[in-house]
Design a protein. Structure first.
Length: 417
């Protein structure tokens, strides 16, 4: 696999947007078997558990690489080529050691921002080398001082003008189409490739470990629609209707999944037989890969899923809709839980559930065919702008998706593999 260095002025636990991008890129690279090495001027260690140097990620620090490094500031202030060359040579030596053995460098902002000019020049020199031992340099541009009307006008003069030069020996990337157009204007028409920033929902949502593993193994964030039914396996919960609606959704080419949280009801001897009949229905409807029953689900490493109130809360954050087709309910507590998670609700049109939801859910008569329920539920969800934005983010902006859609190909292009 590719050996990747991620270079920035600082890295976590230093707090910043680019620092978080470095963290998550390093982690997703390591998860996919690449060697990820963070190279920075500051950060990297902490007394707590929040350290990058774990899970296949290594960290190398040197103060010459930091923003505002005293040597860099002094060389820039002196303004002579000799002073700049002297410090550039020192930085280049540091980078040669820190980057040794890597195939690709993601140079985050150091080629386009004015925080350490010797570092900028040194990275460009490494990119311009003709030897096969040097790593391919990807200039990963998040920002530029030239995009703002009040930028320091000294940046228009030598040696700072290097910040507005798209060196042909560097492969250029930026984070949005908006930025790409801005850099194209700065770079006399050359437009960098766009690789968006992303989010890791597992860490952001602080998912309980077994639920996080379940979501990864079942690729729930990649599904088109995830229904959660937080109930025990009891005939009154009408789970067979959930299965038929799931089948109808999949017949419409919707990659839909159903997660049922509970085991058979321990207080009802007939519940075990109901669970067996549900398993048979799952097989007959060809839903084996689309249904997860947490009560009997085993993770790939042999562990059961921990079913707790925290796990249920986490599933509400992962799911697209709470699906509750109960034949009868005295109250309907999951509706309250879902509302606190801002999870859309699709439920049976029965008095107790109607009493809680008012007009703020999709309710369906229990005698409606599954195909109609599926179609109407999709129409209802399509009216919810927050749901559509959530869907857009978790399908298109997770780091896992960005790796598969962008970073993996970028590495292949950079290394010629």
């Amino acid at each position: 696999m590719t050996r990747v260095a991620l270079l920035h002025y600082s890295c976590p636990p230093v707090v910043g947007g680019v620092e978080e991008v470095v963290r998550h890129q390093a982690q997703v690279l390591a998860q996919h078997g690449h060697e990820a090495r963070v190279v920075s001027g500051d950060g990297g260690t902490t007394d707590g558990a929040d350290t990058l140097a774990r899970g296949g990620v290594t960290v190398r620090l040197h103060p010459l690489l930091a923003s505002g490094a005293p040597e860099a500031v002094a060389a820039a202030a002196e303004g002579t080529s000799a002073a700049l060359d002297r410090v550039c040579a020192q930085v280049e030596a540091v980078l040669d050691e820190a980057l040794h053995g890597t195939d690709v460098v993601f140079a985050h902002n150091v080629l386009c921002m004015p925080f350490n000019l010797p570092l900028t020049v040194a990275v460009r020199r490494i990119a311009a080398r003709g030897d096969s031992e040097r790593p391919a340099v990807i200039g990963w541009n998040h920002d530029s001082p030239y995009f703002y009307p009040n930028y320091d006008r000294r940046l228009d003069r030598h040696p700072w003008r290097v910040l507005r030069d798209a060196a042909p020996t560097v492969r250029w990337v930026t984070i949005s189409q908006t930025r790409a157009l801005e850099f194209a204007r700065l770079y006399d028409g050359f437009c960098p490739q766009v690789v968006p920033n992303g989010i890791d929902p597992h860490s952001f949502l602080k998912l309980e470990p077994s639920i996080s593993t379940l979501v990864r193994e079942e690729r729930l964030f990649a599904a088109d629609l995830v229904l959660v039914q937080p109930t025990r396996l009891h005939p009154r919960k009408n789970i067979e209707l959930s299965l038929h609606v799931l089948a109808a959704l999949r017949d419409r080419d919707v990659d839909a999944r159903l997660v049922v949280t509970g085991p058979p009801d321990p207080h009802d001897p007939a519940a075990a037989g109901y669970a067996s009949s549900l398993h048979g229905l799952v097989v007959r409807l060809h839903l084996t890969d689309a249904v997860v029953v947490l009560g009997d689900h085993v993770l790939a490493d042999g562990r059961p899923v921990t079913v707790s109130q925290v796990a249920i809360r986490d599933l509400y954050q992962v799911a697209d809709v709470l699906f509750l087709p109960s034949l009868s309910e005295g109250f309907g507590l999951p509706l309250l839980e879902a509302s606190l998670s801002r999870l859309p609700v699709a439920c049976a049109d029965i008095p107790s559930l109607r009493e809680i939801t008012g007009h703020h859910a999709y309710r369906f008569p229990l005698d409606h065919p599954p195909e109609q329920i599926a179609a109407e539920m999709l129409t209802y969800l399509d009216t919810l702008e927050s749901h559509k934005l959530h869907h857009r983010v978790v399908r298109g902006y997770t780091w896992e998706h960005i790796y598969r859609a962008h970073i993996r190909g970028l590495l292949s292009e950079a290394t010629g593999s």
